[in-house]
Design a protein around this ligand. Structure first.
Ligand SMILES: N[C@@H](CCC(=O)N[C@@H](CS)C(=O)NCC(=O)O)C(=O)O
Length: 279
């Protein structure tokens, strides 16, 4: 192992605002709003405040899938620019006290229902519209298992591997090794499951596929951390086959563009208020 710089933790941790790294300007050790800002309100029952990151895309893909099968899931989607600190505005904190995208407000209920955490939003919408969630109890349990597996695993991929491999101010061998090992183990978990199944729970595509595709599909197909070669992602052939198939779904292509504020101009759809915004 290469030499690491030595660090002795002080008795009591204090906030070093100069600690560096890609997200140093938005990371804080305290919760709550930093400024007053009301959220905009559109005309549809579902008000989404999000960004086209993997956690955000899970929800817009589900909304577009619901619309594609004729469910009345019309929604307004507004961009929360996390790099600019929009997630700390008072209106956003009211619907997500954790200050992270995505967050949903359903104004068709009285009082309006707020939902935060992408997994909770997927479940809320799948139950509300009775779609992409198996009704058979054991199939439903399998769907919950893969959905919650993703919710528990992705922080190792994004916050662990992605952070130290792509965003930290220096490359440190110890955390990169630790998280590369874990991410490869996760890819192997998915790969083995998909060796005998078309989708994660069998032959039906559901919200657990949408949640996992947003992270592991992006890792193997679109090089999110520029780590495709480092992690040898092509060796997970079943994950590749599954992700490549899901990528071709029209609703997935649409959902991936909602709240996108980077990349080629023609792919960006910062706000979505009707289907024509994506056409
Ligand atoms: N467990 C949460 C994680 C959400 C999350 O980490 N969102 C990121 C973007 S992908 C975010 O809003 N980061 C802003 C921040 O940390 O201040 C979920 O699945 O909804």
């Amino acid at each position: 192992m290469t030499e690491q710089s030595s660090y002795t933790p002080p008795k009591v941790w204090t906030w070093d605002k100069e600690s560096g790294g890609r997200f140093a300007n938005i990371n804080r050790p305290i919760a709550g709003p930093t400024h007053d800002k009301e959220l905009p309100r559109g005309k549809h029952p579902l008000q989404l405040h999000s960004l086209a990151t993997p956690n955000g895309v899970k929800v817009t893909v589900l909304l577009e899938e619901l619309l594609a099968i004729g469910k009345p899931a019309e929604y307004d989607a507004y961009t929360i620019n996390i790099g600019d600190g929009d997630q700390f505005g008072s209106g956003f904190v009211e619907i997500n006290p954790n200050s992270k995208i995505p967050a949903l407000l359903d104004v068709s209920t009285s009082p309006p229902t707020r939902v935060f955490e992408s997994g909770a939003i997927l479940l809320y919408l799948a139950e509300k519209f009775d779609a992409f969630l198996p009704s058979d109890p054991s199939q439903r349990a399998e769907c919950f298992s893969w959905l919650f597996w993703q919710m528990g695993s992705a922080p190792y991929l994004g916050g662990g591997f992605g952070h130290f491999y792509a965003y930290a101010p220096e490359k440190w061998e110890y955390p990169i090794n630790r998280y590369a090992m874990e991410v490869k183990r996760q890819l192997d978990v998915l790969d083995r499951n998909l060796s005998s199944r078309q989708y994660l729970c069998g032959d039906e595509y559901n919200i657990s596929d949408m949640a996992n595709f947003a992270w592991y599909g992006a890792l193997v197909l679109s090089n999110i951390y520029e780590a495709q070669e480092f992690l040898d992602v092509t060796s997970y052939t079943n994950v590749f086959r599954w992700a490549s198939e899901i990528r071709e779904r029209p609703a997935v292509k649409r959902g991936q563009r909602v709240n996108k504020v980077w990349g080629p101009e023609e792919e960006r759809v910062p706000e979505r208020h009707s289907a024509s915004d994506l056409d």
